[in-house]
Design a protein around this ligand. Structure first.
Ligand code: G6P
Length: 611
């Protein structure tokens, strides 16, 4: 949460920072701001989206070759102009942007108030900045030294970038827990929370590690640890094209990303799955094949949509690999002092690779000796780097705040891991294994078939858009899909929605059913189908509106339902990759019909880098 951008070089800094902030807006959009260093230090900031800031700055002299910018997801202090970043230190000489949370800020604030500091905002950031300024003044040391001293006392997570009026040729940055990428240009440097603001200027980047301080001039990058020892910057080549982070003719990123799924799933399978040869090759998994095969237990940790992918994987692993699987909310797992035994394998699932809870959960488990495998989308992200092994989902940048294409790519990876392990363990018959490989290979093309129904789903959305509540029900593999369908609707349209196991519905949610309640059943062909039909009848008997996702060729279910969404036939293990597409489209079109900002839903952020 919160996006940071900075530039130092010979170009105009403001347009680079502004464009970068727009690319990072998915990380938070409560307020934004820039600080530019020309003859003096100027700070401009505004509540609202980056476009609101841009509008207020039209016609102003924004000339500068050094600058920092920030787009905020509020933690300490409501969204407002004065709580927006950058913040200025009390003497007006330093400006700073921050992504993260300073947990001991209240104590530091009290100390600073006693020393005569006054605060203009409610943020933890302004406290850290004045703490640094105070050290600078007392110790008469370089800014990088003051930053190091300050950070040794900080509890929490941060990426910070500072500019100093007295040293206009240097930016100082530091990281712990939140992401920071530095792009290396010719006589210029670009800093950002992820590579998207950097990609059009350079493909050479350095991912800053925790507890590193970067001293950045136009033509020099020095990395040091908090002990003032030089660290070697490790330069990585970005494997990402500019087109991947633009809308490409679609009205919204979310729609583009939903429609990209035939390609993203294909990309995820490409080079790994060979149905003809009957093989699955995943280097980062192959290296841990023995540990997976012999695992006493697999623990999946994740948040949000990634957690739902984990739930589907639980069913798949248990069926194909006959191994005990637990799926944990990372935020709960990390604080629970969980029992981790030798032979446990942890799988962390994360689109961004930066979710703070997931990251700390795996760091803790790693310390206790567990093997950590990451299923991550963003290459080079913190979770990917903390994991021992794993597999990238290769879904490309996901910009829409609500996750879509990352989910189906995660499922593709998890199915491949389960198939691989199950086959090697002998817990899946060769015939089923080979058939599943063939079925999995056919999924991208079947997703294309599902997407062809988008106009029908749009009509459905318009029919049900005024319902105040929705219920989503499913059994088995379809239960997590019900959860994901409900989450998508909540996130995008602000309609209250709940996902439930279809049978469990009788233990509470059935009390909500009346003629106004749409109930979405994920009722594709599987072993539970008859039971789901009984649940449908129970809803119908209470006059609820039944909308169902069914498998083509099912002639019985339509006799019960009010409305239908149809997927092509596939193995029940793979059906979630198809049925979820309809639910993504339904949420999208309801959100649009209600006039919601589907790419940037209120209060949400894509990358939750605070706990
Ligand atoms: C946020 C996003 C969700 C995402 C979740 C987990 O809540 O809005 O779309 O599923 O974080 O993020 P991760 O990057 O770890 O998958």
């Amino acid at each position: 949460m919160c996006g940071i951008v900075a530039y130092i070089g010979s170009r105009e800094a403001y347009p680079i920072i502004l464009k970068g902030l727009k690319r990072l807006e998915y990380r938070g959009y409560d307020s934004s701001g820039v600080a530019l260093l020309n003859s003096g230090l100027k700070v401009y900031k505004k509540k609202g989206k980056v476009a609101d800031l841009e509008e207020t700055l039209i016609g102003k002299d924004m000339h500068a070759n050094v600058g920092i910018g920030h787009t905020r997801w509020a933690t300490h202090g409501e969204p407002s102009d004065c709580n927006a970043h950058p913040h200025m230190s009390q003497n007006g000489k330093l400006a700073m942007i921050h992504n993260g949370i300073i947990e001991n800020y209240a104590q530091l604030k009290t100390e600073l108030i006693k020393k005569g500091y006054e605060f203009k905002s409610d943020t933890d950031t302004e406290v850290l900045l004045n703490f640094i300024e105070n050290i600078l003044q007392n110790n008469n040391c370089p800014l990088e030294e003051a930053v190091r001293i300050a950070l040794k006392r900080i509890v929490g997570a941060y990426v910070i970038v500072l500019i100093d009026q007295d040293n206009p040729d240097t930016l100082i940055a530091a990281r712990k827990g939140s992401p920071l990428v530095i792009g290396i240009g010719k006589g210029e440097h670009f800093l950002a929370s992820d590579a998207s603001p950097i990609i059009e200027y350079t493909k050479e980047v350095v991912y800053v590690n925790d507890y590193e301080v970067a001293i950045i001039k136009s033509d020099e990058l020095i990395l040091k640890n908090l002990g003032n020892e030089r660290q070697t910057p490790y330069i990585t080549k970005l494997d990402m094209e500019l087109a991947a982070i633009e809308k490409g003719g679609y009205e919204h990123f979310m729609l583009k990303e939903i429609f990209e799924q035939p390609t993203t799933i294909f990309d995820c399978l490409r080079g790994r799955l060979d149905a003809h040869a009957g093989t699955i090759t995943m280097k980062g998994i192959d290296e841990y094949a023995e540990e997976l095969k012999n695992a006493n237990r697999i623990v999946i940790v994740a948040c949000g949509t990634s957690w739902h992918a984990g739930l589907v994987a639980e069913y798949i692993f248990e069926e194909l690999c006959r191994v005990n699987v637990e799926v944990e909310y990372a935020s709960e797992f990390r604080y629970r002092n969980p029992v981790i035994n030798k032979g446990d394998v942890i799988i962390a699932i994360s689109q961004s690779g930066e979710t703070a809870d997931t990251l700390v959960a795996i760091e803790n488990a790693k310390e206790k000796g567990a093997i950590i495998l990451g299923v991550v989308n963003v290459v080079g992200s913190s979770i990917a780097r903390t994991s021992h092994g794993g597999a990238y989902t290769h879904a490309g940048p996901e910009i829409g705040v609500a996750s879509t294409k990352a989910f189906t790519a995660q499922l593709a990876i998890l199915v491949m891991i389960a198939l691989k392990v199950g086959f090697e363990k002998g817990t899946i018959e060769e015939k089923r294994y080979r058939q599943l490989l063939i079925d999995l290979e056919a999924i991208p093309q079947k997703v294309e078939v599902v997407l062809k129904d988008h106009e029908k789903i749009k009509a459905l959305a318009e029919k049900y858009m005024d319902a105040p509540d929705f219920l989503y029900l499913g059994r088995g593999y379809n239960f997590p899909v019900a959860l994901e369908g409900a989450l998508k609707l909540k996130e995008i349209s602000y309609i209250h929605a709940e996902g439930y196991p279809a049978a469990e519905m009788k233990h509470g949610p059935i009390a909500l059913v009346d003629e106004k309640l749409p109930v979405v059943f994920i009722a594709t062909k599987d072993v539970y189908h008859q039971k789901v039909l009984s649940n449908m009848q129970e809803i119908k008997a209470r006059k609820g509106k039944v909308i169902a996702v069914i498998t083509e060729g099912d002639t019985h279910t339509p006799t019960i339902t009010n409305d239908l969404m149809i997927i092509p036939e596939t193995d029940e293990i793979l059906a979630p990759m198809l049925s979820v597409i309809h639910l993504q489209l339904l949420a999208y079109y309801i959100g649009i019909a209600k006039g919601c900002d589907v790419d940037k839903p209120r209060n949400l952020a894509k990358s939750v880098t605070v706990e």
